[in-house]
Design a protein around this ligand. Structure first.
Ligand code: PEP
Length: 252
């Protein structure tokens, strides 16, 4: 049995003060919900404050990105050890980073290696564009993202990886995939690609989230699918009632 995991990607939202008040408004409720792992991913400047607030709550903390190099002349970047000071998780290869900041599968791969080396759990995002979906290329795209992005990852740590399947056409659009469609992508392409890399047993242990317009109202549809082990949530993770409802749905 894989424990479901719900992560909130706050993206470029919330100042430190705003982050504090959002955490304050939902942490008590969130910590009461058992049987599901919860993770908050605020922007970098809020990590210190949020990490202090989450101490002892059992709620995990994640960064939304990081560089793969240890340190040096990389203006504006954040090193793995800096992330690992506060976080247990790091989102890698989000489609917005791929689309707006030129992140490639090769860069994703370096970040995955760096994260695992620093004891961080990577949440690795994969997913197809609208055009790729329309031309039936979803399988080919996610298989390539998995095989290149996770290539040569330490097999002893591979079972701890988290993959987020996020069809790009469903992100922030209010047009979520159907649970059945997302489940089929996981069953037919993502888990088999993981098995090719790490073997059948490890592929069965890796948790795969769905992401793309998940809300409190549609969460059940995803979590009732056998392959879907939680969600990566964008917009709805900024609304306390919605996020709590999603976590509750995952716990059922
Ligand atoms: C995301 O950005 O990872 C995401 C799933 O966003 P949203 O929930 O807003 O579609």
């Amino acid at each position: 049995m894989r424990t479901p995991i719900v992560a909130g990607n706050w993206k470029m939202n919330k100042t430190v003060e705003e982050a504090r008040s959002l955490v304050l408004s939902m942490s008590l409720k969130l910590r009461e919900i058992g049987g599901v792992e919860k993770v908050l991913c605020p922007p970098f400047p809020a990590l210190l404050a949020v990490s202090a607030m989450l101490q002892g709550t059992g709620i995990g903390l994640g960064a939304q990105n990081m560089h793969w190099e240890e340190k040096g002349a990389y203006t504006g970047e954040v090193a793995p050890a800096m992330v690992a000071e506060f976080c247990q998780f790091v989102i890698i290869g989000h489609s917005e980073r791929r689309a707006y900041f030129g992140e490639t599968d090769e860069m994703v791969n370096k970040k995955v290696h760096a994260a695992l080396a620093h004891g961080l759990t990577p949440i690795v995002c994969v997913g197809e564009t609208e055009d790729e979906y329309a031309s039936n290329r979803t399988g080919e795209v996610v298989r390539r993202q998995i095989s290149r992005g996770l290539a040569d990852a330490d097999p002893a740590k591979a079972a701890t990886l988290i993959v987020a399947y996020e069809p790009i056409w469903a992100i922030g659009t209010g047009r979520a995939s159907s649970g059945e469609n997302a489940n089929a992508v996981l069953a037919d392409h993502i888990r088999p690609a993981l098995a090719d890399l790490f073997g059948e047993d490890t592929s069965q242990a890796i948790r795969i989230q769905y992401g793309g317009s998940v809300t409190g109202a549609n969460a059940d549809e995803f979590f009732s699918q056998p392959e879907i082990d939680g969600a990566l949530v964008g917009g709805a993770s900024l609304k306390k009632d919605d996020f709590i409802a999603i976590v509750q749905a995952a716990a059922k």
